[in-house]
Design a binder for this molecule. Structure first.
Ligand code: TEU
Length: 570
């Protein structure tokens, strides 16, 4: 089962190459920049690096719109730079996982230009999803789209091609047309491309929105949410009718019998625990693990991600706890709070005020890393990087934020309210440059960064934290080490304590085979909290904690603001 897989005690580090390290002063990070920083990652102790897309791309969505799957984009370097990076990663005993974006391509990919320019009868037409206008409607007019689906990036999910009189589907931007996975030629081309990267030495794939590949036949309209202009088509493309067939076929064609240990993780918005059990059941041979979205949607209001609602700790515990149990015997969890699409976690679930930012960063890390599954660290998370102080719309770069702003204002929304949503939830919060040191531009670039550096880099940066044994960096290093050395972290059963408590996140991990048990206590907030403890924990050892203990554990213990502790008994 997964608990025996090579990755069962691995920790993955995500690099967003645009924002990691710029070696040639063009203001955008690159592969050579990554190569120069590998010792930092080796020191942190991570096992696997996941690279967000580095392929040729017009960068409408920062590389998630790919125009050539088998090359490196000139912004990032060359295939020779990639080979050097991969060799250097392998030399340090780490692995490198590529981002696989095959729900859609760029509209500048030759597959799409051939599909579009060949017209309705052209040989490549069926590689994408083309449809005539809605019956009785004049093409190109509002409402004439083939169905009512909205795109993830505001506006309709269809764009009209005047020359052929048809529309193409794009669940994301109009420059990200969806591939037609019903077409076996598409599937074969994708498999061949994946094999090519594995032969080059890549160690697996993170698969972008891979549960959206199969669309329901007929592409039916979706319900229109209160106050919305477009329908929600998700029931017709999330885990659609052929999705398990496609992933099992991909596994057979690409991964089966591969001689090297690989890792596959499917990014799956809207996936349920029940579906995730199927996707990650090793006997079904689909993917090793999935990224689910439930816990990062708990603070979304009815208006969606930019509609800010505070998190209730009981909701977070109920959600993560259900996933722990649901994938406890079959399947495997991915554990993440942060990635390039999410705001910074200390600004969201923690407390980024000067008094508590480091302590809450360590608390969040403790809670996440002590769950069962594979933890993912997003660049800068290990320094406790926070959301950026974006002032006006000119400070934002992300297509999702810019489109949302434009659409909201066009429909009469209040600008300050829209900006408040973007500041709290915009993806650019995760995309400000990595903070290497206190110099101007944080040591990220000698040029002008493509997005402003967070001014807090003067005191929050890697150089300062490497020199401080109490830093967030060294705390992450110790957590990662713990996963490598304490089997209960990898294998222990998960048991939630006090599920109804609004301030305490507490659980145990019981390794029955070795007779070890861990107790995790985390005080989510700025108030002290006295907890009652079962007698068995009296005088147990501290395994890791973000504060020195005030006293040995007895039948009660008072946790200070944002205090997190892990105790062990045998
Ligand atoms: O994201 C998919 C996704 O569903 C969301 O996280 C999305 O980014 C957005 O926040 C919805 O509000 C993946 C990639 O991680 C993301 O960067 C890409 O923009 C997207 O797919 C399209 O490739």
């Amino acid at each position: 089962g997964p608990a025996d897989a090579w990755w069962s005690n691995a920790v993955v580090y995500q690099i967003y190459p645009r924002s990691f390290a710029d070696s040639d002063a063009d203001g955008v990070g690159d592969l050579q920049g990554i190569s120069e920083r590998l010792d930092y990652l080796a020191q942190l102790g991570v096992d696997v690096i996941w690279l967000s897309p580095v392929y040729p791309s017009p960068h409408d969505d920062n590389g998630y719109d790919i125009s050539d799957y088998q090359d490196i984009g000139p912004l990032f370097g060359t295939l020779a730079d990639f080979d050097r990076l991969l060799a250097a990663v392998h030399e340090r005993g780490m692995k490198l996982v590529m981002d696989l974006v095959v729900n859609h391509t760029s509209d500048e990919h030759p597959w799409f230009t051939a599909s579009r320019d060949g017209g309705p009868d052209g040989p490549m037409r069926d590689w994408y999803i083309w449809r005539p206008p809605r019956e009785g409607m004049r093409a190109g007019t509002p409402g004439a789209e083939p169905n009512n689906w909205g795109s993830f990036f505001s506006g309709p999910a269809w764009t009209y091609d005047e020359r052929s009189g048809e529309y193409y589907l794009h669940l994301f931007s109009r420059k990200q047309p969806d591939l037609n996975w019903e077409n076996p030629q598409v599937r074969q081309a994708v498999s061949a491309m994946m094999r090519w990267w594995l032969e080059r030495g890549a160690d697996g794939f993170r698969m972008d929105v891979v549960n959206l590949l199969s669309k329901a036949p007929g592409l039916p309209d979706g319900p229109v949410p209160e106050g919305a202009r477009y329908g929600d088509g998700s029931a017709h493309y999330i885990c659609g009718p052929r999705i398990h067939e496609y992933l099992a076929e991909m596994h057979r064609e690409v991964f089966a019998g591969h001689p090297r240990p690989l890792l596959t993780v499917g990014e799956m918005p809207g996936v349920t625990v029940e579906e995730a059990r199927l996707f990650t059941d090793p006997a079904r041979r689909e993917v090793d693990m999935v990224f689910q979205f439930e816990h990062v949607g708990l603070d979304h209001g009815p208006g969606g991600k930019f509609d800010i609602r505070p998190l209730r700790l009981t909701d977070l515990k109920a959600s993560l706890g259900r996933w722990q149990t649901g994938l406890g015997d079959t399947g495997w969890n991915s554990l993440y709070f942060s990635n390039h699409d999410q705001p910074r976690i200390i600004s969201r679930f923690g407390d980024d005020s000067p008094a508590y930012r480091d302590r809450s960063a360590k608390l969040l890390a403790t809670v996440l890393h002590l769950h069962r599954g594979t933890p993912y660290v997003y660049q800068g998370e290990e320094l406790g990087m926070a959301n950026a102080p974006f002032a006006t719309i000119d400070d934002f770069r992300d297509i999702e934020s810019l489109n949302h702003y434009r659409h909201q204002l066009a429909h009469g929304a209040d600008e300050q309210q829209v900006l408040a949503g973007l500041r709290a939830r915009g993806r650019d919060n995760a995309r400000t440059p990595m903070q290497w040191d206190a110099t101007d531009n944080a040591g990220f670039t000698a040029g002008t960064p493509w997005i402003a550096v967070n001014p807090d880099h003067k005191h929050v940066n890697a150089k300062a934290q490497l020199a401080d044994p109490d830093s967030v960096f060294h705390y992450y290093r110790r957590l990662i080490d713990l996963r490598h050395t304490e089997p209960a972290v990898t294998h222990g059963d998960f048991h939630m304590l006090h599920p109804d408590h609004e301030q305490l996140y507490a659980f145990t991990r019981h390794d029955r085979e070795r007779g070890t048990e861990l107790l995790v206590l985390a005080n989510f907030g700025p108030a002290e909290l006295t907890v009652d403890l079962p007698a068995v924990w009296e005088n147990s050892d501290t395994l890791i904690a973000n504060l020195p203990a005030t006293s040995p554990l007895t039948s009660t213990y008072t946790l200070r603001p944002w205090e997190a502790r892990v105790h062990r008994r045998r």
